[in-house]
Design a protein around this ligand. Structure first.
Ligand code: UT7
Length: 325
């Protein structure tokens, strides 16, 4: 028995904001952003478009490419830090309605930028435990709505988008998700958080609740470099593989420098890491499925390839999986 990623789908909003345009809004430059992050552009959701809209588009594509009808889904999981509603209902239920996946279980996962990895782990375990057949796992974000557009230290980093994957349980042992590592360091929860939460907790309800990302960039940077390095080593150890066995490592697309520093520590060639933050910036839970979809369409993922996905993010959370494509 195995749980494989059968197909992927993606939705990138049309509106593209280049670094040069951002430099007209805040005190920054294209040169600073590229040299500190590797990011050149990001895409922004259209006015009136919600996270569930982006997620539903990516979901439809993934289902079509899998040749599976929405009603065949047993499970629908959305990983997001920017749900349509605060608290409830889940964005997964709204997506279920939009794509007509009636009958499936539906819930959201909140694990910051590691959300897609947590969701993959949960969905594959549930497919196995419940002897179910198909799950849809989506990472979707409209981070532009919670970015403080006056804070140059954070607003240059993030973008909107969605990526989806259809998971199927099949009778081909050795394929699909073959190893997984998940964890969290909750002591770092204030290194990356939404200011809105603090205001709700203090009952300042009279003030307008404008959510904004607050981040200790240096702490998150150090955590990320350490985490990618340790996760790759742990996953290799748990699955008894060597780095050379992996065709690709697909990291959360936060910052090129983070990946370069981790690659150096691991003694791994940089081109083993697939990077596309240059075009999309950091789309949090959507970044890994967007990258997988892009790689698949470029023909970079061949059946039998060993691929590692590695994530880190708010929480602070982390996780990695080894996938036999
Ligand atoms: O999914 C996880 C999400 N979070 C992350 O991935 C963030 C991880 N952290 C980082 O990627 C980096 O810490 C940043 C890219 C956010 C910042 O890079 P840095 O090299 O750590 O810069 P810094 O915060 O140490 O700031 C260096 C200088 C400061 O100026 P002074 O004090 O040296 O004069 C900042 O004010 O760069 C300044 N600065 C900027 N300058 C131009 C900060 N942001 C900008 C900007 N444009 N956008």
């Amino acid at each position: 028995m195995a749980v494989i990623i059968r197909s992927t789908g993606v939705h990138i909003p049309e509106r593209r904001l280049r670094n040069e345009e951002l430099a007209a809004l805040v005190d920054t430059t294209d040169e600073w952003i590229v040299s500190h992050t590797g990011i050149k552009a990001r895409h922004l959701a259209a006015d009136g478009s919600q996270t569930s809209d982006l997620a539903a588009e990516a979901a439809r594509q993934a289902l079509e490419r899998a040749g599976i009808g929405a009603k065949e889904l047993d499970l629908l999981v959305v990983a997001t830090a920017t749900p349509d509603y605060f608290g409830f209902p889940s964005t997964a239920c709204i997506v279920q309605d939009k794509i007509g996946a009636y009958g499936s279980a539906a819930f959201d996962v909140v694990a910051g930028c590691t959300g897609f990895i947590y969701a993959l782990d949960a969905a594959s375990a549930m497919l196995e435990a419940r002897k179910a057949r198909h799950a849809l796992v989506i990472g979707a974000e409209t981070l532009s709505r919670i970015v403080d557009w006056q804070d140059r230290a954070t607003c240059v980093l993030f973008g909107d988008g969605a990526g989806a994957a259809v998971l199927s349980r099949i009778e081909e042992p050795g394929r699909g998700i073959i190893a997984s590592v998940l964890g969290a360091e909750g002591s770092g929860h204030k290194d990356l958080y939404l200011i809105q939460e603090e205001r709700i907790a203090s009952m300042e309800r009279a003030a307008p609740l404008v959510p904004k990302i607050a981040m200790n960039g240096q702490n998150v940077y150090n955590f990320a470099v350490k985490t990618i390095t340790v996760l790759v080593q742990r996953l290799l150890h748990s699955a008894a593989y060597r780095l050379e066995d992996f065709r690709w490592i697909v990291p959360h697309q936060a910052n090129k420098r983070i990946v370069q520093a981790a690659a150096k520590r691991l003694g791994a060639p940089e081109d083993k890491f697939y990077l596309n933050m240059e075009e999309y910036a950091n789309t949090s839970a959507a970044s890994i499925p967007i990258a997988l979809d892009e790689m698949d369409r470029k023909g970079l993922l061949k059946k039998g390839d060993l691929v590692m996905v590695v994530g880190f993010g708010a929480g602070l959370t982390y996780g990695a999986q080894a996938i036999r494509w």
